[in-house]
Design a binder for this molecule. Sequence first.
Ligand SMILES: [Zn+2]
Length: 105
Amino acid sequence: MEDPVEIHSWKGVPVQDSARWNAAFSHNPSKIKVGVPCPLCGRIELFRWRDGGRGLWEWCNGCGAVEHSTAIPLMEWLPEVSVRPRQLTALPSSIVEALREVRFL
Ligand SMILES: [Zn+2]
């Protein structure tokens, strides 16, 4: 198996791509793995993570695009694995690390 893509820098989603980004993230809202191509790089590397009360992270492990918000719509959240990232920031680095530790990524 190939090593996961290393992300060296995260970048915000350009405003002109936000509609396509949100459309992609409408898939599988209860899961970590979104399962559709990233609208920015085309790779099937989109992931999300929710932390009740603290936020929603949406990111692409292919190109490093990331969106973080603290306004959480009430919806079902049934992640494939349960992790506890060490340090939560607006960037998903510690979430990616925690998911790699359990070999989800
Ligand atoms: Zn991407």
